[in-house]
Design a binder for this molecule. Structure first.
Ligand code: C2E
Ligand code: MG
Ligand code: MG
Ligand code: MG
Length: 286
């Protein structure tokens, strides 16, 4: 009876919602096996020291090279992969790929940079997360101090005690931790103090209109002040203009990333950028 009623509700879906649902179901089906078929790619976006404007880190950002739809953005498939659990193997693959890439850059003698990788809520719930991270560091030969993991407040707030424990274990490996999309979550200052993170990343929604919207500027200034008083590093995401850059520089924000510097790019583009900056350093030293 209940099932029957449930079914009959489908007729109320509008055609547009139906089409969206169909697209999502199709993507979900195709996502199974995408990793095995070699369709996942990792792009990298530079993070720049806002004082020296040198590249000091890159963030690994996954892309899906879909057989017919081209490059699919994570905005389209991460939520699906979260819902069906595929994010766990995909996330582990991203971490392994990014760590191996970072080690390869080091072995090529390029200037050392931090590698930052996003963690999903589902990965954080896995009981063996710390072991997997530690195993990947060993396997790839990357020192822990070169790796940063990005977490979000929203998933840390689920079971705070457990979160604090896992974060501490990750820090004990020697890696850094960043709070991503900061300012959009619960922002409980009481918990913030307990989470052993090194870095706050100001969400791009504030940075986008920091020079035109007083409220965004107020939030940005407050986050920078908070980070400083907690002795945390601070990154601004989504810097697109010179004005935004100058504003954040004046406020003493440490690092930034955004289309103003570079979009996320394939690894060989980062190799070129790092080669150029090491040549510049050599010619300055000569
Ligand atoms: P995020 O971790 O906050 O990453 C930053 C996002 O902002 C990236 O989007 C990046 O391309 C975009 N971005 C950077 N600078 C600018 C800018 O100046 N303007 C604009 N408009 N956007 C900018 P992307 O690559 O589409 O990734 C979206 C989100 O998907 C990420 O947000 C992250 O939450 C998730 N994601 C990406 N890769 C992974 C992954 O490997 N694992 C997990 N769990 N999540 C991932
Ligand atoms: Mg991130
Ligand atoms: Mg972010
Ligand atoms: Mg974001």
């Amino acid at each position: 009876q209940a099932k029957h009623q449930g079914r009959s509700q489908y007729q109320f879906y509008s055609p547009e919602i139906n089409a969206q649902l169909q697209e999502r179901l199709a993507l979900e089906n195709e996502l199974r096996g995408a990793l095995e078929r070699g369709e996942m790619l990792v792009y990298y976006q530079p993070l720049v020291d806002l004082h020296s404007t040198e590249v000091v880190a890159v963030e690994a950002l996954v892309r899906w090279q879909h057989p017919t739809q081209g490059l699919v953005s994570p905005a389209k498939f991460i939520a699906i992969a979260e819902a069906n659990g595929l994010i766990v193997p995909i996330g582990e693959w991203v971490l392994r790929t990014a760590s191996a890439q970072s080690r390869a850059w080091q072995l090529a003698g390029l200037p050392p940079i931090r590698m930052s990788v996003n963690l999903s809520a589902r990965q954080f719930e896995e009981p063996n997360l710390v072991d997997i991270v530690s195993q990947i560091l060993q396997e790839t030969g990357l020192e822990a101090s070169s790796l940063e993991l990005e977490v979000t407040e929203s998933f840390l707030m689920g079971d705070v005690q457990r979160s604090v424990k896992i974060l501490k274990q990750l820090r004990e490996l020697g890696i850094s931790l960043a709070l991503d999309d900061f300012g959009t979550g619960y922002s409980s200052l009481n918990y913030l103090k307990r989470f052993p993170v090194n870095m706050l990343k100001i969400d791009q929604s504030f940075v986008q209109d920091v020079t035109s919207n007083r409220d965004s500027a107020a939030v940005t200034n407050a986050i920078i002040a908070l980070a400083k008083s907690l002795r945390l590093n601070i990154t601004a995401e989504g810097i697109e203009t010179q004005e935004q850059l100058e504003y954040l520089q004046r406020r003493g924000c440490h690092e930034g990333q955004g289309f103003y510097f570079s979009r996320p790019v394939p690894p060989d583009r980062i190799t070129q950028m790092l080669k150029k900056s090491s040549q510049q350093m050599e010619s300055m030293a000569a």
